[in-house]
Design a protein around this ligand. Structure first.
Ligand SMILES: Cc1ncc(COP(=O)(O)O)c(C=O)c1O
Length: 466
């Protein structure tokens, strides 16, 4: 049996290939991104409003780029240390110990070629045939994709509960407890906060309850807090799972530079984990990719301290960088609150959740999908079809909620990473007008008139961006 993604394209290998490929999913942000580019190129719309991107809006801070340039000019171009130079790992360990309140040494730290590869290597390191993996639903799709690829049916969904009245989602710890108590051989729990796609943040209390379950059921956790500094409401960091008693022994903490430091294209991340996990990941590194590039290692190091390598010195840039990214975080927060408030104007047809972190919102569009004009005239039956229509007919790029798991059906992911003045503000005006038109064409009364949209949005602009 050939994997569907090949047969769909009439591609026929001349050998039998791995049947597990049928289980491999994808991340629609990349596939859909190509589609957005096609529509953009077609010239059908003067502009596409981009709410689909999972990339950062801001650019990599200048001191980071300058360090990388210096490292390249110093000819730091040969193989690097497979785990990360000890001084680099020491710098990260010192910072992590201080911010997480636990004693972490360099032997608990390893550089990675991005955050994403950690997901696959965690499964390869820990999961044996028959072991089960729990993933959040909705969740970052790579977790379910790789868990399915390696473990086929043994993937258990921690489903967020949908509040039928408020139309919002919530992950309840009692549901997680039920999964753990009803299944044996649960080996791994994939936990992501601030979360992609919802932008929800797990607070200390919820993480404490999860840690209690981890102690009881002895499962391992991939704690993905790659957006840990992009949290709103004055909290400086996501509260870390590592900070809870004993959890350093049960956790692979996936973190990196992509989101906080606007370095998605650098492919630079790290893990904090028990030393035996670092040993396994070290073997993986040597077998798979050898080492993170030297100049990237130097950059990773100077964000947290000084680095000296092969007689060249690189100064600490952390304070300068932090000043720059703190401004990015304020912008994310303001944009998030603005998009939330703008979408709330469409309530009850569109119901946003509260913008808590990362740069995503996950509003419910269930009542838009129920509109007679949408169902009967446009023949749109799902969030996927709605998102396609929004792109191809209205020039609005978002992602379908169901691309993040079955519990995302009826929701739409809005990223607010893009530029405020070119995308977020005019884009929201356009979104509001499009939804109002759908309501009116269904002979229902919209919560506000299209003629009032510009004024209402300008009021919100003053409130959030003044
Ligand atoms: C929750 C989550 N984890 C991990 C990653 C992967 O990060 P990286 O780009 O560093 O591989 C992403 C990227 O979108 C993400 O959203």
């Amino acid at each position: 049996m050939l994997p569907k993604f090949l047969t769909d394209k009439n591609l026929t290998p001349n050998v039998t290939i791995n049947p597990s490929l049928n289980y491999l999913g994808t991340e629609s942000a990349f596939d859909f991104g190509a589609k957005v580019m096609e529509v953009e190129k077609s010239g059908k719309f003067p502009q596409i409003y981009k709410f689909h991107v999972g990339d950062t809006g801001p650019k990599t801070p200048e001191p980071i780029i300058n360090t990388a340039i210096k490292a390249l000019q110093d000819k730091q171009t040969k193989y690097g240390h497979f785990a990360g130079y000890p001084q680099v790992r020491e710098n990260i360990a010192r910072y992590w110990s201080k911010t997480r309140g636990v004693n972490i040494t360099k032997d608990n730290v390893m550089l990675q070629p991005g955050g994403k590869p950690v997901i696959e290597m965690s499964i390869q390191a820990l999961v044996a045939p028959g072991d089960k993996i729990i993933v959040q639903n909705p969740g970052y799709p790579i977790y379910a994709s790789l868990a399915e690829f390696y473990n086929h049916g043994n993937v258990l969904n921690w489903n967020a509960r949908r509040d039928e009245n408020k139309n919002t989602l919530e992950f309840e710890v009692e549901d997680l407890k039920k999964i753990l108590s009803e299944n044996n051989q649960v080996k791994l729990l994939m936990l992501n906060t601030p979360q992609n796609p919802t932008g929800m943040v797990f607070g200390k209390e919820k993480l404490e309850q999860i840690a209690e379950l981890v102690r009881e059921y002895k499962c391992f956790v991939v704690f993905d807090d790659i957006y840990d500094q992009i949290v709103f409401g004055g909290d400086k960091h996501q509260f870390s799972f590592l900070s809870l008693p004993g959890m350093l022994d049960y956790t692979i903490n996936l973190n990196g530079f992509s989101k906080n430091f606007a370095m998605t294209g650098w492919r630079l991340g790290f893990i904090v984990a028990p030393t035996w996990v670092i040993e396994i990941f070290g073997k993986f590194a040597i077998n798979k990719y050898t080492a993170v590039p030297r100049f990237s290692q130097i950059v990773a190091g100077v964000i947290f301290g000084e680095v000296e390598l092969d007689g060249c010195k690189y100064e600490y840039i952390g304070d300068k960088v932090q000043e720059i990214i703190n401004k990015d975080f304020i912008q994310y927060e303001n944009k998030g609150k603005f998009v939330e408030a703008a979408l709330r104007l469409l309530s009850p047809y569109v119901v946003p959740n509260v913008a808590e972190g990362a740069f995503y919102l996950f509003p419910s569009f269930h009542k838009v999908l129920d509109l007679p004009y949408v169902k009967n005239d446009l023949k749109i039956k799902s969030d996927k079809q709605l998102v396609d229509w929004l792109l191809t007919e209205k020039g609005i790029a978002t992602l379908a909620g169901s691309d993040f798991g079955s519990m995302g059906a009826g929701f739409v992911r809005f990223s607010y990473a893009e530029d405020r003045d070119n995308h977020i503000i005019p884009g929201m005006k356009h979104v509001l007008k499009v939804v109002i038109e759908l309501i009116e064409k269904s002979n229902a009364t919209p919560p506000l008139l299209a003629a009032d949209v510009d004024t209402k949005i300008e009021e919100l602009v003053k409130k959030y961006f003044a």
